[in-house]
Design a protein around this ligand. Structure first.
Ligand code: NG1
Length: 541
């Protein structure tokens, strides 16, 4: 199983990229990073950690409801070069303290940062004093700061490997990245995964002793750590991006399911289909808008799940945050200990549940949604219990809650993911299926997904609506927003022989692209090739 594999460590770029043509394209960037590191810090890097961004082909906003999704890693990635800094004894300056970090970024707008983790139980931090319970890194969640994602990755490493034993080394790091920030291609997860990997590698923790078990950390464990790490930045994300960034393999999409545990299997993509990403150039700052957008949706779907469970007579504990996935599972008699029910059974359950969702509608049809009071009452909990379970851990800002629309999106989108995957598997198994019919079928599902994101989940925006519309006019078979939405990128399915003409048409018709050419244009609209997952490059002495 892909999630059980160890993290690959390479000493040769050709092994990483698989063939020389691709290696040459990337080698320049890697060499430049290593040389720049040497210039700035006076020595060679010891490691470079790499984590790719991802494009989600279908399955939006359903990972935190524990439904399966279908992303693929893209070639664009984050690279972090690092080397331990030797500590004078006793440490004479703050940046020589245990675990202190000097972080630089090749992008000049991201300024040099110096930070040192503080043990929560203050006191002496010497190696033989093993009373450190927990570490603090003081992440600022109120504003977007590049180093927050570096700190987030560091958190998991400190709190899993340095509790009560040993001290992290001081380290210099240099970051570079080609995943555009706030574009829905998951630059944040790529940063957090690369940072987690880098701190593991530089502290010699990659190959041994995950959580004191003595075992080497697996890809699945790295995903879990990166998901927890990313929550430190203030977004209650599902696990899709981190899993795609860590586990992806070239040329396939990844069907990632989260229930009852994380699992990932590859899904072949049909030949002749190309996925083109186009950036709307509306920056979606997920962390800063979380209380009105992302985190609000998390709370809406969780509350919808409880109300639905209650209505359907599905068992749910008082303090439990049951998800929409668990509601259908329990309704269909799924036994968690036996693993996930068959996808056929899940499809049937999803088709059936649609008829039950009316219970989530507000009583007057002209109303925007449920008020907080109505929602609390329908949940069957007291106000204090409701606050404790659903609001004590997250900040949300809304006067009305659209549980009906959110649940309809989630269940229909979960079904579309299974249908999309089935079309891909059937096409791979049959030599007679017409390539265009396959692309059309996938495109239709992508279009339905966009309509649902726009009208039911309300996570699109005018520019994304315009761009998906232009994509269809330019010959795409399907087009949808990808990632959290409210800005960021679209993904369109285009026949291979039409890609260049498609990109040209979009560049002429989407207003914000007018006048862009060459590299500037390929920064904002580009065909993606499913790429390989995160890894570490080790420099040999
Ligand atoms: P983006 O905004 O593309 O990184 C976010 C979440 C995903 C998923 C999608 C919506 C993070 C790190 N990622 O993706 O888990 O919920 O939105 O499908 O928050």
């Amino acid at each position: 199983m892909a999630a059980q594999q160890p993290i690959p460590v390479y000493t040769n770029l050709a092994d990483l990229y698989g063939n020389l043509g691709t290696t040459l394209n990337h080698a320049e960037r890697w060499n430049h990073l290593a040389e720049e590191f040497q210039k700035r810090f006076g020595r060679k890097p010891a490691y470079i950690a790499r984590a790719p961004g991802r494009v989600n082909l279908i399955g939006e906003h359903i990972d935190y409801c524990l439904f399966g999704v279908l992303p693929a890693a893209v070639e664009r990635d984050i690279l972090i070069a690092c080397a331990p800094r030797s500590t004078p004894h006793p440490p004479s300056e703050p940046h020589h303290e245990a675990g202190s970090v000097i972080a630089e970024n090749l992008q000049p707008k991201y300024k040099r940062q110096i930070f040192t983790p503080a043990p929560k139980r203050k006191g002496s931090v010497s190696e033989d004093q093993v009373h450190i319970e927990d570490w603090d890194l003081d992440i600022n969640t109120k504003e977007l700061r590049w180093e927050s994602y570096v700190k987030a990755g560091y958190y998991g490493v400190l709190n899993n490997y340095f509790v009560g034993q040993g001290l992290p080394v001081p380290v210099d790091i240099l970051v570079t990245g080609t995943v555009p920030a706030g574009s829905g291609l998951s630059s944040s997860a790529a940063m957090v995964v690369a940072s987690t990997l880098m701190f593991l590698a530089v502290n010699n923790k990659l190959e041994n002793n995950f959580k004191g078990t003595g075992d080497q950390i697996t890809k699945g464990q790295l995903v879990e750590m990166a998901v927890m790490n990313e929550k430190r930045v203030g977004v209650n994300s599902g696990g899709m991006d981190q899993a795609a960034s860590v586990i992806s393999v070239p040329s396939s999409a990844l069907y990632i399911s989260f229930f009852p545990t994380l699992s990932a299997v590859t899904t072949p993509l049909p030949p002749g289909a190309v996925f083109v990403c186009a950036n709307s150039l509306v920056v979606s700052d997920k962390a800063v808008t979380a209380k009105r957008n992302y985190n609000l949706r998390v709370v809406e779907t969780l509350t919808a799940a409880r109300i639905l469970a209650r209505h359907l007579g599905v068992r749910v504990g008082k303090d439990e945050k049951i998800t929409l996935r668990e509601v259908v599972g329990r309704l269909a008699g799924e036994v968690e200990e036996e693993g996930e029910m068959s996808l056929e059974k899940l499809k049937e359950a999803l088709q059936k549940i649609d008829g039950e969702l009316a219970v989530l509608k507000p009583s007057a049809s002209d109303r925007l949604g449920l008020t907080m009071e109505e929602m609390v009452e329908m949940s069957g909990l007291s106000e204090a219990e409701f606050n404790d379970v659903y609001l004590s851990w997250v900040e949300v800002e809304a006067t009305h809650f659209n549980l009906y629309k959110r649940a309809r999106h989630v269940y229909s989108e979960a079904l579309r993911v299974l249908q999309f995957r089935q079309v891909c598997l059937d096409a791979a198994a049959s030599s007679s299926s017409s390539p265009i019919a396959v692309i059309e079928a996938l495109g239709t599902l992508m279009n339905e997904s966009q309509t649902s994101c726009r009208d039911l989940y309300e996570c699109s925006c005018p520019e994304l609506n315009e761009l998906t519309g232009l994509a269809i006019k330019a010959g795409a078979y399907g087009s949808r927003l990808t990632g959290a939405g409210w800005g960021g990128c679209t993904v369109s399915i285009v026949a291979e022989d039409n890609v260049d003409a498609f990109i040209k048409k979009i560049s002429e018709t989407y207003g914000p692209y007018k006048g862009l050419q060459g590299e500037e244009l390929s920064e904002v609209i580009f065909a993606t090739k499913p790429s390989t997952g995160a890894c570490v490059f080790k420099f040999e002495d």
